[in-house]
Ligand binder design. Structure first.
Ligand code: HEC
Ligand code: HEC
Length: 197
């Protein structure tokens, strides 16, 4: 009975303060100043092994910040950053970065790149687009991977393969990378970094 009463009270509180709990992009922009030194102006990263956040799905950003905060996703850099974030900070920051124009792909001069061509074949032979969408723009908890930094894509794929990154505990990416060789991961990272969506 007690639990039931509490539940009703919480529901009512959330409903009454509905406007207050909605994400606030303007507040998010102010809070994001603390992130830009590493993640770049507008969320386009110029920092090695640090991802661009611009144009990532809102849900993906929120989940990753929660994973860092709870320690289910390990990062000596992001763990202290996320420890200081409250739930409404996470909502505001995610809303801000999701609304920024996504990164643009690298130079089309690289179109004949054999590593990128090999990466295209690995994508076709796997199910990447089934989850990340045909243009690799991501959706909900699945990230945008088009035009992400190549060094970060490679690090992420290697982390999944080595079991260093488990995130939400859903083994989606671990299953995907398990049969792939390191050459395949390098090819995927090159292809996706150059993918113009
Ligand atoms: C000192 C540098 C630094 C600062 C400051 C920083 N980050 Fe990060 N962030 C990183 C690095 C490095 C990673 C990659 C971690 C890894 O390799 O798994 C990362 C990863 C992330 C990810 C995961 C994205 C993905 O594609 O997987 C999110 C989301 C994120 N940061 C949000 C933020 C937010 C929001 C802030 C500000 C409140 C912030 N970061 C501040 C360095 C930083
Ligand atoms: C069954 C669905 C599914 C398939 C198939 C899939 N992915 Fe993923 N991918 C995900 C999800 C979900 C995440 C987020 C994982 C997390 O929360 O830790 C992810 C994360 C990633 C990341 C990390 C990006 C970041 O910003 O942190 C990369 C890179 C990636 N996937 C590449 C690929 C590639 C390349 C393929 C095909 C070879 C592929 N994925 C196939 C669902 C999938």
């Amino acid at each position: 009975m007690m639990t039931c009463m509490k539940f009703i009270a919480i529901c009512a509180a959330v409903w009454v303060s509905g406007v207050a709990v909605a994400a606030d992009i303007v507040a998010g922009a102010a809070k994001a100043q603390a992130c830009l030194a590493c993640h770049g102006a507008g969320g386009i990263s110029q920092t090695p092994e640090t991802p661009s956040l611009a144009g990532q799905p809102d849900g993906f950003l929120q989940w990753q910040l929660v994973y860092f905060r709870t320690g289910t996703r390990k990062s000596p850099v992001m763990q202290p950053v996320s420890a200081a974030l409250k739930d409404d900070d996470i909502r505001d920051l995610a809303a801000y970065f999701a609304a920024q124009p996504p990164p643009r792909a690298g130079s089309p001069a690289n179109a004949g790149d054999p590593l990128a061509a090999a990466g295209r074949k690995v994508v076709q032979g796997n199910r990447c687009t089934a989850c990340h969408k045909d243009d690799f723009s991501g959706t909900q908890a699945t990230p945008r991977i088009a035009a992400q930094r190549e060094d970060y894509l490679l690090k992420a794929l290697r982390d999944f393969k080595a079991g260093r990154r488990t995130g939400g505990g859903v083994a989606a990416m671990a299953d995907v990378v398990y049969p792939l060789a390191d050459d395949d991961l390098r090819a995927l990272a090159r292809f996706l970094a150059q993918f113009a969506s």
